[in-house]
Design a protein around this ligand. Structure first.
Ligand code: SF4
Length: 413
């Protein structure tokens, strides 16, 4: 049985055949250092495991992200997995995901990844329009996107995600609808549907600054998002986060680790980890990452200790946008009856119209319904404001400092 998310491992593979115009993830088109990278990454895994040995728990998820992990050979993925298993405890039913570019795989390579222990694939399909794929600088065709899922099925994968993007400049709603129809027809267990973001320092952002492209207006973007929720729900996908939809409860456990503010280790250039109330991030430069691992054993560039308040607000923010605020969890982690705080501070019509209050034997969860997801930013802002007001009142009445860890023990919250 799939374990609940508890502890994650993220591995960043920093190579791509060709950079996509919208992408701000760290990756290089030059692959000459691929072999050296694998050996340095393995060194970092061993040293990182040693550094955090007192904080480790069996990993409930492992995620190969990038970049394009499917540019590594099955042998390279196997040797990384062997290193992970030799140094870190892994839950026997851990979800082990690998991101794949449809333009870089064969049935044989997929079979090899599966033998290495990968049990979930995530394909960056993005669109089924050749024109849109060309605009995004993707290396695969619509047909190759479909074939990739077919080959993965033939190789035996029964847990597959596809990523698709909407609100591209000049995209008409009919084109997005067609991409969604073709995505649904593939019957994958999971679909992630993202609205295009103009990230700074990307070629797309430069095009925007030069006036060569125009973002979709908000109304059209919202219309495409509403269509996404409607079509995917009708097709049997349950929305469990702003952009994520799953069938048969096959949610992405690794992302749930992030959204539930659980701990995770991270390896590879630019990778971010979170352990011991500390967020850390590795050098976003292959050469500097190599040097850091050679010198210190790990590629860490910097870190930040999160205060109790930061952890509380961040946990609440992430929970609102995904599986909801759990009374039991916030009571255990922060000593706060979060459901009561929200209920007492937010208009009842918002609760009735956009939220679901779910009562189980041991818990009450307050979460967004599909109408709520459509205006997620507005609702999460209201909820966080309500939480901040409540916490402000607590500090004022008790004299506790915002970052006093013993705040957790206050019985009055
Ligand atoms: S293939 Fe993925 S990681 Fe690489 S540039 Fe494109 S979007 Fe970014």
């Amino acid at each position: 049985m799939r374990p609940n998310p508890d502890f994650g491992i993220y591995l960043h593979i920093p190579f791509c055949e060709k950079k996509c115009v919208y992408c701000d993830f760290y990756s290089l088109e030059n692959m000459e250092h691929k072999d050296v990278f694998v050996s340095i990454l393995k060194k970092e895994i061993a040293e990182g495991a040693r550094k955090y040995q007192d904080n480790l728990r069996p990993a409930t998820s492992i995620f190969f992200g990038g970049g394009t992990p499917s540019l590594l050979t099955p042998e390279q993925i196997t040797s990384i997995m062997e290193q992970v298993r030799a140094n870190l405890p892994i839950h026997p039913d851990a979800e082990i995901t690998m991101e794949c570019n449809p333009g870089t795989i064969t049935k044989e390579s997929l079979e090899g990844y599966q033998k290495a222990g990968i049990n979930r694939l995530s394909f960056g399909i993005q669109s089924f329009s050749q024109e849109e794929l060309d605009f995004l600088h993707r290396i695969h065709s619509p047909e190759e996107g479909k074939q990739a899922v077919q080959l993965a099925r033939e190789a035996g994968f029964d847990n597959i995600n596809i990523d698709v993007i909407f609100a591209l400049p000049n995209q008409i709603i009919e084109s997005w609808q067609s991409t969604l129809e073709q995505a649904i027809a593939l019957k994958t267990e999971h679909i992630s549907a993202y609205s295009l973001i103009f990230e700074e320092k990307t070629p797309l952002f430069t095009m925007l600054q030069k006036g060569l492209v125009k973002p979709q207006d908000d109304e059209k973007d919202a219309g495409m998002y509403a269509l996404t929720i409607e079509m995917l729900e009708k097709a049997g996908y349950e929305q469990y986060e702003v952009s994520n939809f799953a069938k048969s409860n096959l949610r992405c456990n690794h992302n749930r680790t992030y959204w539930q503010a659980k701990e995770y280790l991270a390896f590879g250039p630019s990778a971010h980890g979170y352990i011991n109330n500390t967020r850390y991030w590795n050098f976003r430069n292959l050469k500097r990452y190599f040097e850091a691992v050679q010198l210190n054993g790990i590629g860490e560039a910097s870190k930040e200790v999160l205060s109790l308040t930061n952890r509380l607000y961040e946990s609440a923010f992430l929970a609102i946008r995904s599986e909801g605020l759990s009374k039991a969890r916030f009571m255990k982690d922060y000593g706060i009856d979060i459901v009561e705080v929200i209920r007492a501070s937010i208009d009842s019509h918002i609760i009735d119209e956009f939220l679901i209050l779910q009562q189980t034997k041991d818990d009450i969860i307050i979460r967004l319904n599909s109408k709520g997801f459509a205006i997620c930013d507005e609702i999460s802002l209201r909820m966080i404001t309500a939480l901040e007001e409540k916490m402000g009142a607590v500090w004022e009445s008790t004299g506790y400092e915002e970052d006093d860890e013993s705040l957790i023990n206050l019985p009055i919250i």
